[in-house]
Design a protein around this ligand. Structure first.
Ligand code: UDP
Length: 252
């Protein structure tokens, strides 16, 4: 069998992934790394196995979203820690949806951690490490000219739809989706799709069966807060996701 594509040069290296060109302009390859970073990369570690776990979790969640009619950049898995995706032009906006107050929200606002947020809160941040990913206002977003009004509305619609799908899915496997961050991008055809990754690096997930406020954490807060057992927690998330999803497709 001939390979579906040949790997080309490195296009971009981020904190948790490398993106490679291929000999086919309609495909790029993404490698999930074991590097863990937090607090704008002030805290760093290598966590053996994390890349593979995030790749495998993310693949299944992208396929779930596709089945529910949410477009994503995902095309298929390629090996344990690689995905083949559509090239997109990433919108430099981190879209965060919060179902329960946690993290930066509680540091910046008089809202106690654990407060349910109904309706869920949507926060947009300008994705630029040099500026510390600041919270965007509507006026600042308009001033930056990153999205027109229709694109902005579509971005919010997709984000709330992602929340509805993921929240119900995680609840069914005993996990509370506290909050998450997604990134979206425009394909060559101009379609806005969910890109990047969806994993315990980018979601807060609490075990619904566990009452203890630290023990229930199954996401990157274990790394941020030095709780230990990070890879084990991600492994538990994959085990539950695997149990509720079909095997993801292999590209090619
Ligand atoms: N998040 C992320 N990347 C970022 C910032 C946040 O994936 O650069 C995720 C984070 O894991 C959490 C959600 O977005 O699930 C909300 O994060 P928050 O704004 O509370 O920031 P943090 O507590 O990470 O400083």
């Amino acid at each position: 069998m001939t390979a579906a594509y040949t790997l080309g040069s490195l296009l971009y290296e981020g904190k948790a992934k490398r993106v490679f060109q291929t000999d086919r302009p309609e495909l790029v390859a993404v490698e999930f790394k074991d590097d863990a970073t937090a607090f704008n990369a002030l805290k760093k570690a290598q966590l053996a196995g994390k890349g593979e776990l995030n790749c495998q979790i993310s693949a299944r969640l992208f396929e779930l979203l596709e089945r529910e009619g949410v477009p994503t950049h995902y095309l298929g898995l390629q090996g344990r820690s690689w995905q083949v995706v559509k090239p997109v032009s990433i919108v430099p906006v981190e879209v965060v949806i919060r179902n329960v107050a946690a993290g930066s929200l509680c540091k910046q606002m008089p809202i106690a951690a654990g407060t349910p947020l109904e309706p869920p809160l949507l926060d947009l941040y300008y994705k630029d490490d040099a500026y510390g990913d600041p919270l965007l206002t509507d006026a600042r977003l308009a001033r930056l000219g990153l999205l027109n009004a229709d694109q902005r509305a579509e971005l919010e619609r997709l984000a709330f739809r992602v929340n509805a799908v993921l929240r119900a899915f995680f609840a069914a496997i005993g996990l509370q989706l506290v909050d998450f961050k997604i990134e979206l991008g425009f394909t060559a055809a101009g379609e806005l799709v969910v890109a990047d990754e969806i994993s315990p690096d980018t979601c807060r997930l609490w075990d619904l069966q566990v009452a203890d406020a630290s023990d229930r954490i199954l996401d990157k807060d274990r790394f941020r807060q030095d709780l230990g057992g990070v890879v084990e927690a991600y492994g538990e998330v994959l085990k539950r996701v695997q149990g509720a999803c079909p095997e993801p497709r292999i590209y090619g």
